[in-house]
Write a protein of this length. Structure first.
Length: 280
């Protein structure tokens, strides 16, 4: 990856993280931890990978994105806003009764959202349907979905994985956000889904493991996904819950807690510094 491109993506990712903090702070609720951990992957998808156009959000030939871990909507909203689907100022309206930005993504209210999600395990099933539809219609669009590593404890995920592998949906790319923390502890303490790689491989998926905060590895993984034929692709993205805000990192307490005023100031100051460092 060229350095200028990498630098641009890093700056956008900081703005996405700032959007996560801005939204959850103003809402006084939400899920910052997992939103911060997917910020780099979702930045890459919207600003370097996917064929999407804010001026034509319903283009039938566009790539599709399904946020299966729908509670991390703050990251998706921040990416959509900075991409131009709606004004960035609306991030502050997160979860307000009259806002287009509800606690979970809604295709009814939010421009750029391809599927309403929130019930864990269901998003990947919808993504399978979209991918199959593309195959049946002879379309060349790709379908991308992000799942939580805690989410894959849901049985429906593995039904979808079996279906996708059996149908050889090589136009489907599923990213597992592997931060090893869910709402009430580490994965192995709650209900271990390990080994993740071997499970997806057993369902006839091509599996790629990456550092989910390294844009070079992210780009390499999605390039390999494009080259894969005859199998759906699973990218296991090793990440840090709360990435980018020091006091939130690797803390499951921040799965579903919003920052207070003092914490907001500290978080935004850290992200402002990260941006300033990138601009030097």
């Amino acid at each position: 990856m060229e350095e200028n491109k990498k630098l641009e993506l890093k700056k956008i990712a900081v703005n996405v993280r700032k959007g996560v903090i801005e939204g959850t702070f103003n809402a006084k609720s939400g899920h910052p931890g997992g939103s911060l951990s997917i910020a780099d992957v979702i930045t890459y998808l919207y600003f370097a990978k996917m064929n999407v156009d804010p001026a034509n959000p319903d283009d039938e030939n566009r790539d599709r994105f399904v946020l299966s871990k729908g509670h991390t909507a703050p990251a998706l909203y921040a990416a959509l806003a900075h991409k131009g689907f709606f004004p960035v100022e609306l991030i502050k309206t997160l979860r307000k009764p009259d806002s287009i930005l509800q606690g979970h993504p809604s295709m009814r209210y939010t421009p750029g959202v391809d599927m309403s999600t929130g019930s864990l395990g269901q998003g990947i099933s919808v993504a399978c349907g979209m991918a199959l539809a593309g195959k049946l219609k002879g379309k060349d669009y790709k379908v991308y979905t992000i799942l939580g590593d805690g989410e894959i404890e849901e049985g429906q995920v593995w039904e979808a994985a079996m279906f996708a592998g059996n149908r050889q949906l090589d136009n489907l790319v599923a990213v597992v956000d592997y931060n090893n923390l869910q709402i009430d502890g580490s994965l192995d303490e709650v209900n271990s889904p390990y080994p993740i790689k071997e499970k997806f491989e057993a369902f006839n998926w091509n599996v790629i493991e990456i550092n989910g905060h390294c844009f070079c590895e992210i780009e390499d993984a999605f390039t390999k996904a494009d080259e894969c034929k005859g199998k759906p692709i699973c990218i296991i993205s090793k990440s840090v819950k709360g990435k980018g805000v020091s006091f939130m990192e690797n803390k499951c307490d921040w799965h579903g807690s919003a920052p207070n005023a003092e914490q907001y100031e500290i978080a935004m100051a850290e992200l402002d510094k990260a941006m300033a460092d990138l601009e030097v």
